[in-house]
Design a protein around this ligand. Structure first.
Ligand code: DOR
Ligand code: ZN
Length: 368
């Protein structure tokens, strides 16, 4: 990553600043083009509305399969990939990395077909854990033969790590999941690459740092920036409601520590999850923070607050490809220090959507 002390204009952003420029004072940050290792793109008009934001910032993204109906077969993933590419604005290069939705009944022989179709991973949603997870896994033991096939074929397992039992407090569901599911999973499938998605607790950060076998985690910008107070500041704030839900400050601090530690097991995954504003602002609000329009800016804010801009490129652009066994991107992007206001609303098909921090001023801005 490089930085520039004096230039702020994008067209002149410095590529090779003086070596002694302190990053904390940098006016610009240049980094290898990042990827988003956890993203919801939806389908149809919603897909067309949100895809350009991600394609502008990221070269690739791991696309979540929780459509209605979910993407459960290689053929469905190929068709979804084609719809994504068809929705891509002319002139933007972007590679969707496809995933399948694991169910109790995913046939083991679908894994070979998935691999041959370019699918890179399967997503484990415990049934009932989150948006469109009804078809998810009711008991991970039912998926044993499929997980064995994944381990054999080299497909990754991406995990929504929360138990769903009604008697477990919603703020404890991730920590309990580690004991009940992650540890047995790691023991039984030592070679399987496992990504603990959007971790939200100190327990998960510690688990991932120490876990045996190929284990990693994605971290969202919102979990690095906010604790659970954000949900209740001056009233109930639906746009801060996501799953796993925001946690206490001590957890946020542990997540920032993990993201900025330089440990290659931690990398960027926005979990940008678009829902129409009218759907968020009703008596029952769906889970999801829409961060795609300013994803890198929000992460930069979190890294800067931690005094760790020097660790940002590894987190955003290097650690993910290394874990997935993919090449890093050749392109570069530039962020400059320039205040700008995020719009209050953005078009979302026939509806409107509110990005996280709508109307707020952000201090970093990605150069076009
Ligand atoms: O907040 C979330 N929104 N968490 C998830 O796990 C799913 C996502 C969505 O699809 O809206
Ligand atoms: Zn997600």
């Amino acid at each position: 990553m490089s930085s520039g002390e004096h230039e702020t204009r994008c067209e002149n952003a410095r590529v090779n600043p003086p070596a002694d420029t302190p990053l904390a004072a940098a006016r610009t940050l240049q980094l290898r083009q990042p990827d988003d290792w956890h993203l919801h793109l939806r389908d149809g008009a919603a897909l067309e509305a949100v895809l350009p934001y991600t394609a502008r910032q990221f070269a690739r993204a791991i696309v979540m399969p929780n459509l209605r109906p979910p993407v459960t077969t290689a053929a469905a993933a190929v068709a979804y990939r084609q719809r994504i590419l068809a929705a891509l604005p002319a002139g933007l290069a972007f590679e969707p990395l496809m995933t399948l939705y694991l169910t109790d009944n995913t046939p083991p022989d679908e894994i070979r077909r998935a691999r041959d179709a370019g699918v890179v991973a399967l997503k484990l949603y415990p049934a009932g854990a989150t948006t469109n997870s009804d078809a998810g896994v009711t008991d991970i033991r039912k998926t044993r033969a499929t997980l064995e096939a994944m381990q054999r074929e080299g497909l990754l397992l991406l995990v929504h790590g929360e138990v769903t039992d009604a008697e477990i407090d919603i703020f404890d569901r991730e920590a309990v999941f580690i004991d009940r599911v992650m540890q047995p999973l790691r023991r039984d499938f030592p070679e399987l690459k496992v990504v603990f998605e959007h971790i939200t607790t100190a327990e998960a950060a510690q688990y991932v740092a120490e876990a045996p076998g190929p284990t990693a985690a994605t971290l969202t910008a919102h979990h690095l920036l906010y604790n659970r107070n954000a949900l209740f500041t001056g009233g109930l704030r639906p746009h801060y409601y996501c799953l796993p839900v925001l946690k206490k400050e001590r957890h946020r601090v542990a997540l920032v520590q993990a993201a900025t530690s330089g440990n290659p097991r931690f990398f960027l995954g926005t979990d940008s999850a678009p829902h129409a504003a009218a759907m968020k602002e009703q008596s029952v609000c769906g889970a999801g923070c829409f961060t795609a329009p300013a994803a890198l800016e929000l992460y930069a804010e979190a890294f800067e607050a931690a005094g760790a801009l020097d660790k940002f490129e590894a987190f955003a652009s290097l650690n993910g490809p290394a874990f997935y066994g993919l090449p890093v991107n050749e392109g570069r992007i530039t962020l400059k220090r320039e205040p700008w206001a995020l719009p209050e609303t953005l078009p979302f098909g026939d509806a409107l959507i509110k990005p996280l921090r709508a109307g707020d001023t952000l201090n970093w801005k990605m150069c076009p």
